[in-house]
Design a protein. Structure first.
Length: 113
């Protein structure tokens, strides 16, 4: 059974950084792509970043240049490094595994002005 567990969220001030982690159990980590999504308060879930099995990356315009998605095969983990955070980044962040249509439980990120 595939399972995703996110961690690393928290409360920070504008301009600060956080790194989110998504540990993947089950599945075929090395062969697959992953995504990060987020759901701001009162809004729909939105796509944030993508990484292919070979390390190709793509980002939504709102985070391009500030966020970086990466993966570590040895730890079956996908990361989201978030720099220069602002209050508009406040959301629950989710890891998503498309091949198995599986979501993590989410981790809360709150950015104060």
């Amino acid at each position: 059974q595939v399972q995703l567990v996110e961690s690393g969220g928290g409360l920070v001030q504008s301009g600060e950084s956080l790194r989110l982690s998504c540990v993947v159990s089950g599945g075929t980590f090395s062969a697959d792509a992953f995504n990060w999504y987020r759901q701001p308060p009162g809004k729909r879930r939105e796509w944030v970043a993508y990484i292919s099995r070979t390390g190709l990356r793509n980002y939504t315009d709102a985070v391009a240049g500030r966020f970086r998605i990466s993966r570590e095969k040895a730890k079956n983990t996908v990361y989201l490094q978030m720099n220069n955070l602002n209050p508009e980044d406040t959301a629950v962040y989710y890891c998503y595994y498309p091949r198995f249509n599986t979501w993590g439980q989410g981790t809360q990120v709150t950015v104060s002005p």
